[in-house]
Design a protein around this ligand. Structure first.
Ligand code: AP5
Ligand code: MG
Length: 230
């Protein structure tokens, strides 16, 4: 890989990393790696890894760093062929993962990193997560809100707009697991930010508690891309 760019979407559960990634894929032609989606795919396919991580995911814990790093390494080998911009949605989440990412990048040549953090209050995150539905088709996993006032509802109730798969709740979108996920996110966030600060890597914050189009515009704006894509 040469002259590539990886955009890291950091931010707590429910901030909209997956939703914003999906928009960037559709509108900008970028590619998305969601480590959460990969994990859920393993669980749905009952692979050996899936069996191993099922409980951690359901209870809102993190999956072992080495498993996640191997998944990312293999995904990069399999998926990234040209010079596309890649979004990492939900990776890295710990300092060891951030260190491992530096190695994955170094072994692939000239890749630059951009970091974007979606920010939002925990109370609003919980409300969002309790209204989320995703497509059951593990190759799709499109994300919706079933909140009655949301503009992110599916066109037909309970049916995915993209593949007509059934919509389901995620196993970790219940209150105990949500509380655990938020706690774990806050435990690791400071260390991760300090790691990138030490590396001299700038992190741009985007206020995630805005309608999606405004989040997208803020994101383009901080990337200096607003006029090209508005
Ligand atoms: P993962 O799937 O990444 O879950 P997460 O980090 O908890 O984040 P979410 O997917 O819940 O939130 P999101 O920010 O993507 O929000 P979304 O766009 O869906 O990981 C799941 C699990 O896998 C982890 O807990 C862990 O076990 C494991 N894992 C994954 N990566 C790992 C790693 N690197 N290391 C270790 N373990 C790992 O939006 C949420 C809701 O809000 C939706 O309903 C959406 O429609 C709505 N919404 C989005 N944007 C807006 C908006 N602007 N306005 C209104 N509503 C909005
Ligand atoms: Mg997500």
């Amino acid at each position: 890989m040469v002259n590539k760019e990886i955009v890291l979407f950091l931010g707590p559960p429910g901030a909209g990393k997956g939703t914003l990634s999906h928009l960037c894929v559709k509108r900008l032609g970028w590619i998305q790696l969601s480590t959460g989606n990969l994990c859920r795919e393993h669980i749905a396919q009952r692979t050996e890894i899936g069996e191993k991580i099922d409980f951690a995911i359901k209870s809102g814990k993190l999956v072992e760093d080495s498993l996640i790093v191997d998944m990312v390494d293999q995904w990069l080998d399999k998926t990234v062929k040209g010079d596309q911009t890649v979004i990492f949605d939900g990776f890295p989440r710990t300092v060891p993962q951030a260190e491992a990412l530096q190695k994955l990048i170094a072994k692939r040549g000239d890749i630059s990193l951009r970091l974007v953090r979606l920010t939002m209050s925990d109370t609003d995150l919980v409300t969002r997560l309790l209204s989320r539905a995703i497509c059951k088709n593990n190759k799709c996993q499109a994300v919706y809100s079933v909140h009655e006032h949301s503009s992110l509802k599916p066109r037909t109730p309970n049916i995915c707009d993209e593949c007509e798969g059934a919509l389901v709740r995620r196993s970790d979108d219940e209150e105990t697991a949500i509380t655990e996920r938020l706690k774990i996110y806050h435990e690791h966030e400071k260390g991760l930010l300090s790691f990138y600060e030490m590396m001299g890597q700038m992190i741009s914050d985007v206020e995630a508690h805005q309608p999606l189009e405004e989040v997208y515009c803020s994101f383009l704006d901080i990337q200096g891309m607003l006029n090209d894509n508005d």
